[in-house]
Design a protein around this ligand. Structure first.
Ligand code: FES
Ligand code: FES
Length: 153
């Protein structure tokens, strides 16, 4: 089947019920998406499917065919990093990095102007065992504030 990932078409051979997570990591070599629990609890495997965050460990690959998939590699990398990624670095919001790709993907679709409580809710499905969440919330707020300032100029 063909998958549209980060704007590029990938041809993969997979059983329709194979997990999207495995196809992304093994066949497409997009290893930025992590596996934590493997059962829909931790959010480490979060990707966007048509702009909506989903747990790739629970999504059969056939369900993603013909849809737009965004992984952390599509958000930004060492060259051309996303403002959220820079804010995470500035605020020390990432340590082991296992949860960070999923957090960034979920955070990327939080509406502009979201308040702290809304940010908390939007990230409730992304668990982190290392940093606690204050730095993460601050990083999301910082990225949004910077974007608002850029728009105001
Ligand atoms: S690995 Fe998918 S939710 Fe934990
Ligand atoms: S930085 Fe370690 S689990 Fe999030």
């Amino acid at each position: 089947m063909k998958l549209r990932i980060n704007g590029t078409t990938f041809r993969v051979e997979a059983h329709p019920l194979e997990r999207l997570l495995d196809v992304l990591r093994i066949q497409c070599k997009l290893t930025g998406t992590k596996e934590g629990c493997g059962e829909g609890e931790c959010g480490a495997c979060t990707v966007l499917l048509d702009g909506e965050p989903v747990n790739a460990c629970l999504v059969p690959v056939a369900h993603a065919e013909g849809r737009s998939i965004t992984t952390i590699e599509g958000l930004g990398g060492t060259e051309g990093s996303h403002p959220l990624q820079r804010s995470f670095v500035e605020q020390g919001a990432a340590q082991c990095g296992f949860c960070t790709p999923g957090m960034l993907i979920s955070a990327s679709v939080i509406p502009a102007g979201a308040r702290r409580e809304e940010i908390r809710c939007a990230l409730a499905g992304n668990l982190c065992r290392c940093t606690g969440y204050s730095a993460v919330y601050r990083a999301v707020e910082l990225a949004r504030a910077k974007r608002a300032r850029r728009r105001a100029r």
